[in-house]
Design a protein around this ligand. Structure first.
Ligand code: ZN
Length: 391
């Protein structure tokens, strides 16, 4: 234990010496030994847990530390979500996507993001999207490139592709459109050329290919219970998780300089070792944590050291995000509650070593107590770096 401490000093008083060391722990633990004429007399420890400038943040530091949530969906023009986010000291990246209505979704969701960005440019950035609903139209490529240029010129920092690619959208012949189709090449080259981020929610959590009772998290069980159309265990004719990930990886192989943020832990949420392999293989890949904290908690309950080491080793490649959304319907209290439930829970998890419980999983788990420089990167600096945000 003494190897892990920092000597503070040795003090003398009437031939009695006091040796004081500070132990590196989430709290401030001081170890004091008292000796007289070199003879050890007494050892005691002082625990001070109210310091602010130590190696670790405290729960109470939450409001004063700058943070970013890189994965929210503001589908409204009202400013309420952003006002509340300011109170929590969170800046936001609003993410558009092609949902079920093709370009209509893209234009609509992006336009909400643009309105929010213009109203609070220091607080809201935007990721745009494009649709594949007219995939076989000869004008698709030029239309998509022109659209992306107009979004980039208005300040968009990235482009989202969603799980409809690979799992839902089909060409006119009825084949699923896949992300490694060479027809995407001019689009990805262009995103790279404009130095923007490709954000990919490709595939689904691995739970999606398991029966409900074998899933590891309660939120996945609830979601696929409600959305049997996305529950791949029920659709054995559809591509496997492995196939969809392999296709995504093929794109990253083809574009080694493309900045890629794998949404939802890059759909490798089930095992930090599996994710680490991809981060080693693709140096321009990062991941966001949106809607996958349950999987992080699950693995932490099983092996906290492994998960903690993962966050420390890949501290430059992990971006905090939640998937929080506002469609204009919830009250101020309800929205604020959702922020507290997610943002404050995750702050406690990352900065303290508290024993915690969450409705996402059935077992308790212990916070990671990450060093503050790692917390700063995951909660803020990585967002600025990967998306090129104005700090
Ligand atoms: Zn999302």
């Amino acid at each position: 234990m003494l190897l892990a401490v920092n000597p503070i000093g040795i003090f003398f008083c009437n031939s009695v010496s006091f040796d004081i060391f500070k132990y590196n722990s989430p709290q401030n633990l001081f170890v004091v030994t008292i000796r007289k004429n070199g003879i050890f007399l007494l050892l005691f420890v002082i625990l001070i847990s109210c310091e602010t400038n130590g190696t670790f943040y405290r729960i109470e530091d939450y409001s004063k530390v700058k943070k970013a949530d890189v994965h929210v969906h503001l589908e409204t023009e009202r400013s309420l979500f952003v006002e509340l986010a300011k109170e929590h000291n969170f800046r936001l990246v609003n993410v558009s996507l092609e949902y079920t209505k093709g370009w209509e979704d893209v234009y609509g969701k992006y336009s909400f993001g643009l309105t929010q960005h213009r109203a609070a440019p220091a607080w809201v950035d935007m990721v745009t999207a494009f649709a594949v609903s007219d995939w076989d139209d000869p004008a698709w490529e030029s239309k998509t490139l022109a659209w992306l240029n107009s979004c980039f010129d208005a300040g968009a920092v990235g482009v989202k592709v969603w799980k409809n690619i690979g799992m839902v959208s089909r060409d006119t012949a009825g084949n699923l459109i896949q992300i490694d189709d060479p027809k995407f090449d001019p689009i990805f080259s262009h995103i790279q050329k404009r130095d923007k981020v490709l954000m990919g929610h490709l595939a689904e959590p691995k739970n999606c290919w398991l029966p409900l009772e074998e899933m590891t998290t309660n939120n996945d069980r609830r979601y696929y219970g409600r959305h049997p159309e996305y529950h791949m265990y029920l659709h054995p004719d559809m591509p496997s998780h492995e196939e969809l990930i392999a296709r995504r990886d093929r794109v990253l192989e083809r574009y080694p300089d493309l900045k890629f943020v794998g949404a939802h832990l890059g759909s490798l949420e089930y095992d930090v070792d599996e994710l680490a392999k991809r981060l080693d293989r693709f140096p321009t890949m990062a991941v966001d944590l949106a809607a996958r904290m349950g999987q992080v908690f699950y693995q932490t309950a099983e092996n906290r050291d492994k998960v903690r080491n993962f966050f420390i080793q890949y501290q430059d490649r992990i971006l905090y995000g939640t998937d929080l959304a506002d469609n204009g319907e919830r009250t101020r209290e309800q929205l604020n509650q959702a922020m507290e439930d997610n943002w404050k829970r995750d702050w406690e998890f990352f900065v303290t070593s508290n024993t915690m419980e969450s409705s996402l999983i059935d077992t308790p788990f212990q916070g990671l107590a990450l060093p503050r420089e790692v917390v700063d990167k995951v909660f803020y600096q990585n967002a600025v770096k990967w998306f090129g945000l104005v700090d």
